[in-house]
Structure formats: structure tokens, C-alpha cells
Design a protein around this ligand. Structure first.
Ligand code: GSH
Length: 210
């Protein structure tokens, strides 16, 4: 049995969507990272203290990209990551870009204190993070203008990650509704029963306003 540790609005949404789309049996356990007791208890499961993490067969696996790749391997019928070598590498490339760039730009815009204790520099870090995050969102909007899904004609793990970035944009008060193709993609995602179940379970307002 797989247990997924998630939190809203954490990046765990991407792994959560993969698991729900995979059809695998799993239990979703919410960890309130803002609650010191829950965060401390969770560190006994994942010493890094980061969400997402899964446990299975006595082992803990963290890092979104690794969790998604693992779930994709366990459920090949769900085609969450392509198997043709270049298509697979392109999908992993997108996931790595998400973790290394989108996530970090958003963190800069949201949690500048994670980058320096010098408070006078926080606004500068926030501003650079916001500018770069917006460019990242625009890149996805351009990509989605000519294709339904992030990797092309088929839904993959990359789409759950992209939805997380759209929702962070909404949370960060970026004008995401102006990104027409990305917004249409968000609606296509919400129309998927598995995605809707996850958004409802996490309490994401995207389903309430859809
Ligand atoms: N590189 C990790 C980052 C995970 C991460 O930082 N998750 C955030 C939530 S979005 C978290 O757990 N933050 C709590 C903390 O850093 O203490 C991944 O891609 O899974």
C-alpha cells in the first residue's frame, strides 16, 4: 500500500494527481506543515520534512520528480510518462524544469526569507522571483496555444505539475486568467474525473470557482 503525504497548496498536487490517475490503491494523508507538531512528526517519516513524500514497503521516497517517475513505472497502463526514449526524456526534462525553476522562482516570490536573512533584500528577491515566475507561466501559455497537453496530444505527469503552477499563479495574484490557453488547459484538467477528485480532496478553490 502506498501512502502519500500531501498538503494544500504544496507542490504535492502533482504527485497526488499522478497517483489518482494511475488507478493504484493509495492513501492520501494531509500533513499541515504550518502545525509544528505535525511537521515534527512528519520529519520522522521524511527527515527532509518536505512534501510530497510517499511510503511503501517500509521505504520513504521524496522529491516530486522521483515520486512521479516511480508511480508512472508502477502503472504503465496509465501512460503517465512516455516509454519511447526521447519522449520519456522530454517529459522528465519538463518535470526537472518544474522542480528546479518554476518552483524556485515561486519560492523566491513567496518566501524570500528562505534566500537571505537580510530583510532589506527581501523585496528585491521577491520581485525577481515574480518576474521570472510570470515568464515561466507565459512560456506554458505559448506551449498550450498549439497543443492540449504539456507534452503534446496526450495527458502525462507533466500536466499535474503545470496545474500546480497555474494555481500558484492564482494564489500569488498573477493575472493568470489573461493566459487564455493556460486557462483553457486548467479547465480541461478540472474536467478529468481523477483530477477533480484530487482538487476536491485537497480543498483547492479551482474546483469551487470552475
Ligand atoms: N525539491 C522538492 C521540494 C519539495 C518542497 O519544498 N515542498 C514544499 C511544499 S511545496 C515543502 O515541503 N516545504 C516545507 C519545507 O521546506 O520545510 C520536490 O520537488 O519535491
Amino acid at each position: 500500500m502506498i501512502v502519500l503525504y500531501y498538503f494544500y497548496p504544496a507542490c504535492s498536487l502533482a504527485a497526488h494527481i499522478c497517483l489518482e490517475e494511475s488507478g493504484l490503491e493509495f492513501e492520501a494523508r494531509r500533513v499541515d506543515l504550518k502545525d509544528p507538531e505535525q511537521a515534527a512528526a512528519f520529519k520522522k517519516i521524511n527527515p527532509k520534512g518536505t512534501i510530497p513524500a510517499i511510503t511503501t514497503n517500509g521505504q520513504t521516497l521524496s522529491e516530486n520528480v522521483a515520486v512521479m517517475a516511480y508511480v508512472a513505472d508502477l502503472a504503465p497502463q496509465a501512460k503517465l510518462i512516455p516509454t519511447e526514449p526521447m519522449a520519456r526524456a522530454q517529459c522528465l526534462s519538463f518535470l526537472a524544469w518544474g522542480a528546479s525553476t518554476f518552483h524556485i522562482n515561486f519560492r523566491m516570490s513567496f518566501r524570500p526569507e528562505r534566500f537571505t536573512t537580510e530583510a532589506s533584500m527581501h523585496d528585491g528577491i521577491r520581485g525577481v522571483g515574480r518576474a521570472n515566475y510570470w515568464k515561466n507561466l507565459e512560456t506554458l501559455d505559448e506551449r498550450l496555444a498549439s497543443q492540449d497537453w504539456i507534452m503534446g496530444k496526450d495527458f502525462t505527469a507533466a500536466d499535474g505539475y503545470a496545474l500546480r503552477f497555474y494555481d500558484w499563479g492564482r494564489i500569488g495574484k498573477f493575472p493568470v486568467e489573461d493566459l487564455k490557453a493556460f486557462t483553457a488547459f486548467k479547465d480541461r484538467m478540472i474536467a478529468r474525473p481523477a483530477v477533480r477528485r484530487v482538487l476536491e480532496r485537497e480543498g483547492c478553490p479551482l474546483v469551487a470557482v470552475a
